[in-house]
Design a protein around this ligand. Structure first.
Ligand SMILES: CC(C)(COP(=O)(O)OP(=O)(O)OC[C@H]1O[C@@H](n2cnc3c(N)ncnc32)[C@H](O)[C@@H]1OP(=O)(O)O)[C@@H](O)C(=O)NCCC(=O)NCCS
Length: 188
């Protein structure tokens, strides 16, 4: 799986301990944990079954590694969601984690842009993301990759009882050019 000219390609995550360990190691990075709703480091004994049953669930799009020059530099996870503005087109949400030693080099934006093209080829029309308002690098990366803001909301996480302020973003993959933008919807 490759994205033409971007230098970024994709590898499907599989039911392999090596894949799960890579994802868990990146996720347990302290800077990453600080940007997630659940901040307790994962333990292998519970993460491996969680990975098999939830990350690789048939209900969701398969998660991916993004590769630059054949080297894994990011993990991407998706879930099918209802379009935030009610459009019927196929919409997924996205979560990204750039490998800790590869951050701050412009990869976030490049990986997200290449991923939009990859998802368009899979028939996805829109991609949704919610980002903590203090995650400046993520907001800039998503904006640079073509995501548009839908505004800010408070999000309650049921199992922790915590409320987080998040900014909502939406990208059009180009599959459904007839979809209205928020500015169209808000226009008088
Ligand atoms: C957030 C993340 C995806 C951004 O990817 P990245 O490759 O590190 O970011 P980039 O190098 O593409 O930088 C994007 C922009 O943020 C800026 N930036 C990077 N790190 C920053 C930081 N720590 N603070 C403020 N701005 C930062 C860059 O200067 C760049 O700005 P520009 O748009 O003006 O050029 C990545 O750092 C990451 O995976 N972090 C941990 C997990 C996470 O937060 N995931 C997102 C959850 S929604």
């Amino acid at each position: 799986m490759s994205s033409a000219d971007s230098g970024i390609s994709f590898e499907a995550c599989a039911a392999l301990p090596e894949h799960a360990r890579q994802i868990m190691t990146w996720r347990n990075d302290p800077a990453t944990l600080a940007m997630f709703y659940h901040r307790t480091p994962k333990l292998w004994e519970s993460f491996w079954p969680e990975y098999l049953s939830q990350y690789l669930s048939e209900e969701t799009f398969n998660p991916l590694f993004a590769l630059e020059n054949g080297r894994r530099v990011a993990f991407l996870r998706f879930g099918r969601v209802t379009h935030p503005l009610g459009l019927p087109a196929l919409t997924v949400d996205i979560s990204i984690n750039i490998a800790p030693d590869s951050r701050g080099k412009g990869l976030g934006r490049r990986v997200l842009a290449a991923c939009l093209e990859h998802l368009r080829r899979k028939g996805v029309a829109h991609v949704y993301a919610e980002i903590l308002v203090n995650n400046v690098a993520s907001i800039r990366a998503f904006s640079g990759a073509g995501f548009r803001t839908l505004g800010i909301k408070d999000k309650l996480i049921a199992d922790t009882g915590e409320t987080h302020r998040v900014e909502m973003f939406l990208a059009d993959t180009g599959l459904d050019r007839s979809a209205p933008h928020r500015s169209d919807i808000l226009a008088p």
